[in-house]
Design a protein around this ligand. Structure first.
Ligand code: SF4
Length: 368
């Protein structure tokens, strides 16, 4: 928590006053207890005049139209563009953060675009985006802004996608996920020691979010685990993670194993070898999971979707490009008729790999 200052922001939800005069933020399992003028660990929620305010409402770290596969979501409107944005700050402290320039930013040194919910939705419509992705930093900490954008998006028939670590309290997650249509949840490792040592968080809270999504919502979700050499990539830990997903969530939940690159406070750890990703994928498939993918590497075989009925390729992928399509308009395997889990249309989108930065009021040229 930071020292006293006068905070600007919009009134936030999910907090209560404590008997000792402090106010507790109830958005995530950190439950920061704040004196007047203090910010929570995420830096963007803080106390002003005896209530909690969100200091990043309506302010973003930039907009970009990405392929939905970059979130990553492989079973949710494949091939379509997603208007993506984040704000600043984070409620975890991952030493390996791959987006640390945003997640560790103090909002004033990072935020560029001011955007009302209506502005964001207008940009999504103008760019032909099928969804808005709340990403780059964890949207749980800017819940009020994300929910307002999401509700405005739904009115225009645009879907909402959360990219989150799932580190959120029971009450806040109800409100947050009620406005989301899909999510990718980072399951950063499968030991409490990993979460404690590298993220200063707790594994159980994330597992509870995953079970909640499966059992109590209709949100389509996929899971991503970044494999970090020597830290969470032992065959035992990967096996336990896969068994848990199979047992608690079922075989239809897609699991992505992605490659780490040295970043932030873990510059001394090597990149993940492609063989580690391939082996993890084998372990997951042997555990019974139907849809397992590798990421951040070139691996068409490991990034394509296979029918659990006949084993044929139903969606071919080369990074974010769709190279084959074998699904009916109902999302069934064209060869054997097995239903493939997810949200599909009769044909894939054609957005491809490219990313297009967007300045509200006009799109910028595409980048590779
Ligand atoms: S969202 Fe989490 S980290 Fe941020 S103030 Fe609330 S409890 Fe603290």
């Amino acid at each position: 928590m930071t020292d006293c200052e006068i905070l600007e922001g919009v009134p936030a939800r999910h907090w209560h006053a404590l008997e000792d005069g402090r106010i507790q933020c109830d958005v995530c399992p950190r439950y920061c207890k704040l004196h007047e003028g203090q910010r929570g660990l995420c830096f963007v929620r803080g106390r002003r005049e005896n209530r909690i305010v969100l200091t990043t409402y309506g302010r973003s770290s930039g907009f970009c139209v990405d392929p939905i596969e970059k979130k990553p979501l492989n079973h949710f409107l494949p091939g379509t563009p997603a208007l993506s944005f984040g704000t600043a700050g984070c409620n975890l402290t991952c030493k390996f953060c791959q987006n640390w320039d945003i997640s560790k930013a103090r909002e004033f040194d990072r935020l560029q675009d001011e955007a009302s919910p209506e502005d964001v939705v207008a940009a999504a419509c103008a760019t032909g985006s099928r969804s808005i992705a709340y990403t780059y930093n964890d949207p749980v900490i800017f819940l009020e802004y994300a929910v307002d954008v999401a509700n405005a998006a739904r009115e225009q028939g645009i879907q909402n996608v959360a990219v989150t670590a799932g580190y959120v309290s029971e009450k806040a997650r109800e409100e947050f996920f009620a406005s989301m249509d899909a999510a990718n949840v980072d399951l950063k490792g499968f030991t409490e020691a990993f979460y404690k040592r590298l993220c200063t968080g707790h594994l159980d809270a994330v597992l509870e979010t995953l079970k909640y999504l499966k059992c109590e919502t209709s949100v389509w979700f996929e899971i991503t685990t970044l494999l970090i050499p020597g830290h969470n990539d032992s065959p035992t830990e990967i096996g336990q993670l896969c068994d848990w997903v199979m047992d608690k969530l079922g075989p239809d939940v897609p699991l992505h194993f992605t490659a780490f690159h040295p970043d932030y406070k873990m510059l001394d750890v090597p990149r993940t070898p492609p063989a580690t990703l391939a082996k993890a994928r084998d372990v997951a498939r042997a555990a019974g999971l139907y849809y397992v993918y590798t990421g951040n590497v070139h691996d068409e075989a490991g990034q394509s979707t296979y029918c659990p009925g006949c084993g044929g390729v139903v969606i071919g992928r080369d990074c974010y490009d769709i190279t084959a399509w074998g699904l009916s308009s109902e999302g069934r395997c064209g060869a054997c008729g097995t239903q493939i889990a997810g949200l599909f249309e009769g044909r894939p989108g054609t957005w491809g790999q490219h990313r297009q930065p967007v300045r509200l009021g006009g799109a910028l040229p595409p980048i590779a």
